[in-house]
Ligand binder design. Structure first.
Ligand code: GRG
Length: 297
């Protein structure tokens, strides 16, 4: 078995644990308002890779946390991520028809329901964090980390805003990296840091886990930009070629495919180095870092 296959199996096992927990945390589709709950479940349970929850679990366990303490925060970040996908696909944003291999939430349920499903998932994620089985100090720190990553002007929303403002413009290398770091990297970095917070890691260890996440977050978006130009919709489960069609600044557009691969590999090497000095067994975190750029969807 290649290391990519092994990591794929590992991630599949973590995804099924996360899916069971998500199933428990999401409101039942039989309960009023049924349509809203159906839409929330439709998008969350559509089979994403669950990379962000896997990072919470893997970094937390590497630092000594119990899986039971990590699972609901891992699900909370997946709810935030899924909300961002639902809203990003809306006609006012990317206007996409396909996500996770099926019609986007607004195509299946209509725009108003999709907006509400995204709002409900974002809000539910913080309810889940407030109820997480952690001491009050760690709970507050987890909420700080995720809320800053999702909503701050230098987090996902800030990155999305910058992305929209720069559409069709020539952007510098540093602006492009900044957009990627915020839009995609912030949630990924926070996921790695939160594992450390839940485990009671010290500030230096948490900072290192966050730095690892920042590097793989940027590598993840570069890999995504490459896949957008090299893959089919069947492989991706979403529409390829959207970046080019929207005249978006991407790594391959600015630097070409080969240089993009080189930059992604360099970031992964840096990420591996960052966690290899933690004095813990971080082999799984290192494998996830390598998988990020070896994936095909
Ligand atoms: C509109 C609230 C709002 C936010 C927009 C993150 C984001 C900001 C939009 C999502 C669309 C997008 C292109 C994000 C970049 C990050 C990315 C590559 C998302 C896809 O993540 P995967 O590959 O998806 O982990 P799965 O389906 O596997 O979970």
């Amino acid at each position: 078995m290649t290391s990519t296959e092994t990591t794929t199996n590992y991630l599949a096992r973590r995804a099924s644990e996360v899916n069971e927990c998500l199933d428990r945390l999401l409101p039942s589709s039989d309960v009023h308002p049924e349509l809203l709950h159906k839409a929330m479940r439709y998008s969350v349970m559509a089979g994403g890779k669950r990379i962000r929850p896997a990072l919470v679990l893997t970094s937390g366990e590497a630092m000594g946390a119990k899986t039971a303490d990590l699972l609901s925060p891992a699900c909370a970040i997946e709810m935030i991520h899924t909300y961002s996908l639902i809203h990003d696909d809306l006609p006012a944003m990317d206007n996409d028809d396909l996500r996770r291999g099926r019609p986007t939430c607004h195509k299946a349920f209509g725009e108003a329901v999709a907006i509400l499903a995204g709002d409900a998932l974002l809000t539910l994620s913080f309810r889940v964090l407030a109820d997480a089985p952690l001491n009050a100090d760690r709970r507050v720190r987890v909420i700080q980390e995720f809320s800053a990553a999702a909503g701050s002007s230098h987090g996902m929303i800030g990155g999305q805003m910058a992305d929209i403002e720069n559409e069709g413009k020539e952007v510098s290398d540093s602006t492009l990296e900044q957009i990627h770091r915020e839009k995609t990297g912030a949630l990924i970095a926070a996921s790695a840091a939160v594992g450390g917070i839940i485990a009671g890691a010290d500030d230096d260890e948490i900072a290192r886990l966050r730095a690892y996440g920042q590097r793989i977050g940027l590598a993840f978006q570069i890999a995504d930009d490459i896949l957008d130009v090299t893959s089919t919709s069947e492989q991706l489960g979403k529409t390829p070629g959207k970046d080019q069609a929207a005249n978006k600044a991407t790594y391959p557009a600015i630097h070409g495919i080969e240089a993009s691969h080189v930059r992604a590999r360099q970031l992964v090497d840096e990420a591996v180095e960052t966690v290899s000095t933690l004095g813990r067994d971080t082999s799984l975190l290192q494998e996830i870092a390598r998988f990020i750029i070896a994936r095909s969807s």
